[in-house]
Design a protein around this ligand. Structure first.
Ligand code: GLU
Length: 493
């Protein structure tokens, strides 16, 4: 086995990149980079029925988007290739032959109907479903007869009897499983002449000199099967680590792909305009925690501080509030150009900005985005946040109506309206100067000054900085809104 740490992320290209898989990739990546080891991507594509077109591409593209890089993969092969299981069948065949030769595996010719009938009978008898070993010790003649009959041919691994498999899991500590609890001799070579996961993964991890296998909890029951194959082939198993499952913070239940309250695919975060560094940060805290209270770290800092001993044994709660909080922190820290680049396509898709904006429109749009940058967690939110800029008339919410009905509100709004024409140039600085002048002329200040002006221009009590909001709104629209507000207040009197 390699002296250097070598870890791998081994996706099956059966769909989009799920948050759970992204986490597996990310922790393997952090571990490798922290240790100065290698991080490898291997594509486990032997299940032809489940593979989807572009599944591999989607995995790779989204891992790159998250900021991961790797030392070996199908697109940058190293000396351990090929890196797609579908291209490694010759290697598997060799070890299948060896296991049969040694008596650690055998041909089995059960039909689907026979297996199903056995399962039904076991269920009826209340015993754990298992393979009964029908083909365990059959003669060469029986095997030949089954072949001649054209029965489905598989290869099963012969589970040693009365053994206990114990391993020191990086996350869970000592784990022990008895050979009797495994469900009987399992298939390693399928009737369609392809390897099963448990077999191929052992051959690949061994021949690629993988030193540590960090993967999801759902694979825990596979590990003893894999250890048996390592032993039968005379190989030393890698160190295993099984990361706790991800649950919903809201329901406490295991994350289900159907749970619509949690965004589960990396593509979706990308489409909504999340910042990849923020998603990286969020995922790195799903089942792992640094020392201390700080939770915001760059990729480089995570690499520096990553310690696999701090992977949590208890489930990792996916908390939407934390997701939004972390992402908002990154939005605030991001530069305006970056946020504009993410947000403008959403405004275009909503029909609010031209597909090919001229310089003036582009400058205006950037200013608009900058108004809301500090409020956003992801770029698509700009569409709702900036809604008021795209309505002709002023829409005042309930709280706004209360503010406008205050005694001094009319005077403030009216005075500002009278000063509006003279504000030149119409920019934040001059708008703020005019508001100060309203304060001097009316003697009304503080909340009683700013709140009615904010409501009379935007319809809402809260919002981004008032001077800049009015600047972005423009003189004409502001005038229109102020007059509408005055008319409403007039009626209220
Ligand atoms: N192809 C397996 C999966 O996607 C990999 C499991 C492993 O890491 O061993 O779940």
């Amino acid at each position: 086995m390699s002296d250097k740490i070598r870890v791998r992320y081994a996706p099956s290209p059966t769909g989009y990149l799920h948050i759970g898989n992204a986490r597996t990739a990310l922790f393997n990546y952090l571990f490798a980079r922290h240790e100065g080891g290698d991080f490898i991507i291997r594509i486990e594509d032997t299940d032809k029925k489940r593979n989807v077109a572009d599944g591999e591409k989607s995995q790779i593209d989204n891992l790159k988007w998250l900021g991961l890089d790797w030392d070996e993969s199908p697109e940058n092969p190293g000396q351990y290739g090929p890196y797609r299981q579908s291209e490694r069948y010759d290697i598997y065949q060799k070890y299948i032959d060896q296991l049969i030769e040694q008596g650690d595996a055998y041909y089995a010719f059960d039909t689907e109907e026979e297996l199903e009938a056995a399962r039904e009978a076991q269920k009826a008898a209340g015993i754990m479903p298992h393979y009964e070993g029908t083909w365990r010790d059959r003669s060469d003649e029986d095997i030949q007869a089954a072949r001649d009959e054209g029965r489905p041919e598989t290869v099963r691994f012969r589970i040693p009897e009365g053994e206990t498999y114990t391993f020191d899991d990086m996350v869970k500590g000592e784990v022990s499983i008895h050979s009797e609890d495994i469900g009987g001799d399992f298939i390693i070579w399928k009737k369609d002449k392809s390897p099963t996961y448990n077999f191929a993964v052992v051959v690949d991890d061994h021949s690629m000199e993988i030193t540590h296998v960090l993967r999801g909890d759902d694979h825990l029951s596979n590990t003893p099967k894999q250890i048996m194959i390592y032993q039968a082939l005379g190989w030393e198993p890698p160190v295993f680590g099984h990361m706790s499952l991800i649950t919903s913070a809201e329901t406490g239940k295991k994350l289900s792909k159907r749970d619509g309250s949690i965004i589960q695919f990396i593509e979706q975060y990308r489409d909504l305009g999340y910042l990849p560094e923020a998603i990286f940060n969020f995922i790195a805290l799903l089942g792992w925690s640094p020392k201390g209270e700080e939770e915001i770290f760059s990729k480089e800092e995570f690499i520096e501080i990553f310690d696999p001993n701090r992977l949590s044994k208890s489930p990792a709660a996916f908390d939407n509030k934390k997701l939004e909080w972390i992402n908002n922190r990154y939005m605030k820290a991001a530069d305006e150009e970056t946020v504009a680049r993410l947000a403008i396509p959403h405004l275009q898709a909503a029909g609010r900005v031209s597909d090919d904006p001229n310089e003036e429109e582009l400058a205006w749009t950037k200013k608009l985005v900058s108004l809301y940058k500090d409020e956003m967690s992801y770029a698509k939110q700009i569409v709702d946040l900036s809604d008021m800029f795209f309505h002709d008339s002023l829409e005042v919410d309930e709280r706004g109506k209360e503010i406008l009905s205050a005694d001094t509100a009319y005077e403030v709004v009216n005075d500002f309206n009278n000063k509006l024409d003279a504000i030149e140039p119409f920019d934040e600085e001059h708008i703020m100067a005019a508001i100060k002048q309203v304060q001097k002329d009316t003697g009304i200040k503080g909340k009683n000054l700013y709140m009615p002006l904010r409501v009379a221009t935007s319809g809402k009590e809260h919002g981004p900085s008032i001077g800049l909001t009015i600047e972005v709104m423009g003189k004409e629209k502001t005038k229109h809104h102020l007059e509408e507000a005055l008319a409403k207040m007039g009626k209220a009197e």
